[in-house]
Design a protein around this ligand. Structure first.
Ligand SMILES: [Zn+2]
Length: 69
């Protein structure tokens, strides 16, 4: 297990960071804190999974604007 100095306890804070986290824009420390919260919070983990699907769908559309799904 990774020793985490400061776990995020606040769902609102994680919610704010989620899109940046999923885009890989968070620094390693912030990303680790988000991961810890996701590992311990089912609600945020589910939110993250849904957001990840949305983001990957958007990226697919941007990469292949003429692709037929
Ligand atoms: Zn949470």
């Amino acid at each position: 297990m990774i020793p985490v100095p400061l776990a995020l306890g606040c769902c609102d804070e994680v919610d704010d960071l989620l899109s940046e986290y999923l885009d890989g824009e968070l620094g390693p420390h912030a990303a680790a804190r988000v991961e810890v919260h996701l590992a311990t919070c089912g609600g945020c983990a589910r939110l993250a999974a849904e957001l990840a699907q949305t983001i990957s769908a958007l990226h697919r559309l941007r990469r292949d604007p003429h692709a037929s799904a």
